[in-house]
Design a protein around this ligand. Structure first.
Ligand SMILES: Cc1cc2nc3c(=O)[nH]c(=O)nc-3n(C[C@H](O)[C@H](O)[C@H](O)COP(=O)(O)OP(=O)(O)OC[C@H]3O[C@@H](n4cnc5c(N)ncnc54)[C@H](O)[C@@H]3O)c2cc1C
Length: 405
């Protein structure tokens, strides 16, 4: 099914909402370092902007620049550091794409019996009420606080003894910010696979310290059971050597009339570097089905793409479209408009990237080139996560001229 429209109809203004949230969160920014670990009703101590950032409705740099401009770098350093954790994970996975491939393949090999073993926890029926509360929060809202993600993953792996890949898939389906890098690598960290021998266990005392009583008092039953958890670090083959990612950046070689932009889930903001006659913000239902996204997630991406199309209206002939056959759609779209080259932001390691070989080969058969392009800032991050986060952070501070005066 292919459907295309000029998107005049009703849908949320996702980018404007993200900016509003940033404004609402502004006063909290200097208190972030002290208060970010607490899980409170409404999550007012954290930004909840991750779904917008994941899809670049709002960019990491826009978020960081806003915080620094309002309060000065020193006051918001912890918050800015967390924003750059995201780019660190992206860059780290970009250099080790086999980790993603291996995760997808292991996940797809679990038997239905193995999935059933995880169902009680996913359905919020584990018998540990606070973990069940988090499972329900995830599936109904699409969001979980960072500490809740850590406790849930810690309980999943080290208390229930379930495979980390299955838990990561549960998160990836339901989180509106579900991200191949942050999610996969955080689950691996909790499991004890990222930093050798260092795993994360959900401890009742830690949960009691950080979960607000309004939530905890209604969800205390079974909490003491987590006291018995012991580290259950999975074994795995050595991590593949890191390699510098292939960066494809070149000139399209056609005049603008023959170039069209394909905007996809990984970056919903057309930068200044864009050129071309037209653009399509494409909802790829086939890729979403393959990646097993839940309904809330699919809806958020749809709204983001529609909004992106609306934002671009003044700059290009732009349309929002949805398809269940991405490769065919792009070929037909190019032919319909006489396009010789389709340009897109280089998808990060993840579902859109996985679909590229098929897309490229279909377009190639039709004589259409697919040109992938990185924003200049992304050019810089990729390749910098050569070791731990703090080495990366030092380089970021130098590159971005962040100074704590
Ligand atoms: C098991 C597990 C799974 C996770 N899965 C994801 C995921 O799929 N997608 C995702 O974006 N994040 C993931 N995280 C990281 C983190 O939990 C979320 O980014 C954060 O909770 C988002 O909420 P927020 O926007 O309110 O964050 P804030 O605290 O307001 O932070 C601001 C921004 O910084 C970034 N950030 C904050 N903490 C982290 C972190 N620990 N790692 C990476 N980036 C961070 C996010 O972009 C976030 O929007 C995961 C963490 C764990 C432990």
């Amino acid at each position: 099914m292919n459907r295309s429209d000029k998107s005049g109809s009703d849908f949320p203004a996702v980018r404007a909402d993200a900016w509003r949230r940033l404004e609402v969160f502004a006063d909290q920014m200097p208190k972030y370092a002290a208060e970010r670990n607490r899980v409170v009703p409404g999550h007012t101590n954290v930004s909840q902007l991750s779904p917008a950032i994941r899809h670049r409705v709002l960019s990491e740099q826009e978020f960081a620049a806003f915080a620094i401009e309002r309060h000065g770098f020193r006051e918001v350093e912890k918050l800015v550091q967390e924003i750059y954790w995201r780019l660190y994970w992206k860059s780290w996975l970009e250099m080790r794409p086999d980790i993603w491939t291996r995760y997808c393949s292991d996940r797809d090999q679990f038997s239905s019996g193995a999935w059933r073993a995880g169902e009680k926890v996913m359905n919020g029926q584990s018998g540990i009420d606070i973990i069940d509360y988090f499972a329900r929060e995830l599936t109904t809202t699409g969001y979980l606080h960072n500490h809740a993600r850590m406790w849930f993953a810690g309980a999943w792996i080290h208390h229930f003894g379930l495979p980390w890949e299955m838990g990561a898939d549960f998160f990836h389906q339901h989180l509106l910010d579900g991200d191949p890098a942050s999610n996969t690598l955080s689950w691996r960290w909790v499991a004890g696979l990222h930093t050798q021998g260092k795993s994360y266990l959900a401890r009742p005392a830690n949960i009691e310290k950080y979960v607000d009583l309004e939530i905890l008092d209604a969800n205390r039953a079974g909490l003491e059971r987590l006291d018995g958890s012991i580290a259950n670090i999975p074994s795995e083959d050595p991590i593949p050597e890191r390699s510098l990612p292939k960066i494809e950046d070149g000139e399209a070689g056609h005049d603008c009339e023959q170039i069209g932009w394909w905007l996809h889930d990984d970056d919903l903001q057309l930068g200044e570097d864009w050129k071309g006659a037209r653009a399509v913000a494409l909802l790829s239902r086939d890729i979403h089905v393959q990646a097993r996204y839940g309904e809330n997630r699919k809806m958020f991406i749809q709204q983001g793409l529609r909004d992106a199309a609306k934002q671009m209206e003044s700059r290009a002939a732009v349309e929002f479209a949805e398809t269940s056959a991405t490769a065919t759609f792009l070929g037909d779209w190019a032919d319909d408009h006489g396009l010789k080259t389709i340009v897109a932001y280089q998808p990060w390691v993840g579902p859109i990237r996985d679909a590229l070989p098929e897309i490229e080969s279909q377009l190639c058969r039709r004589g259409i080139a697919l040109q992938l392009h990185r924003k200049p800032s992304d050019h810089w991050w990729v390749g910098e996560a050569t070791a731990g986060f703090f080495g990366f952070w030092k380089k970021v501070c130098r590159n971005q001229a962040f100074v704590s005066e």
